[in-house]
Design a protein around this ligand. Structure first.
Ligand code: URA
Length: 208
């Protein structure tokens, strides 16, 4: 079962509370999303292996530890874009792919309308990012897509997760660990997370 880690830290709790606030404007919202993404990234990279290396300090030679694993960050369009810079703050050499999907109104099946991944994605550990894990349908389809491209190491990072979304990912992708800054109560009849923060994309980009 892909475990859910709700990253528990006073800074995250404080910033998530500010993010939820209806009075928080677009600029501050963007800054908070980026900052929280950085904090979640710190936790989600905790198990990345390191290799021992020799380092010459100004004083002597010593042993150090470096990450050799290639990494990738894949935002789900469009709200995932808001988390990219927060991830790259800690993973400056990671490559960034993009996945855009919509649900066909007739078949209700997810349709990929834009997907561009780093060409060596299958060698990378990939962090899929999307601020809101609501039904989990889009995230699950995005992970399906990555697996079809040969990616085998995937983590899903979100800001707020609903129980429905977590359950869906755990059922569809038991190998994928989920990291969230908050685990909320439920979805409402419109598919919004309660209490949530509203529409993450609109609040990031000022489209409402
Ligand atoms: N997407 C959002 O932006 N907000 C929600 O509450 C659910 C999905």
């Amino acid at each position: 079962m892909g475990e859910l880690t709700v990253v528990n830290h006073p800074l995250i709790k404080h910033k998530i509370s500010m993010l939820r606030n209806i009075e928080t404007g677009n600029k501050e919202f963007r800054e908070l999303v980026e900052e929280i993404a950085t904090l979640i990234c710190f936790e989600a990279t905790r198990d990345i292996p390191t290799v021992e290396v020799d380092i010459e300090t100004p004083i002597c030679v010593t042993k150090g530890s470096m990450i050799e694993k290639k990494l990738g960050v894949v935002p789900i369009l469009r709200a995932g874009i808001g988390m990219v810079n927060g991830m790259l703050n800690l993973l400056p050499t990671a490559k960034v792919g993009h996945i855009g999907m919509y649900r066909d109104p007739e078949t209700l099946s997810p349709v990929e309308y834009y997907c561009k991944l780093p060409k060596d994605s299958e060698e990378r550990e990939i962090f899929v990012i999307d601020p809101m894990l609501a039904t989990g349908g889009t995230a699950s389809s995005a992970i399906d897509y990555l697996k079809r491209q040969g990616v085998s190491e995937i983590k899903l990072l979100c800001l707020i997760a609903a129980p429905e979304g977590v359950k869906r990912i755990q059922q569809d992708h038991p190998d994928v660990k989920i990291f969230a800054a908050a685990f909320d109560e439920r979805l409402n009849e419109h598919g919004y997370i309660v209490p949530g923060l509203g529409d993450a994309g609109d609040r990031l980009f000022g489209t409402k």
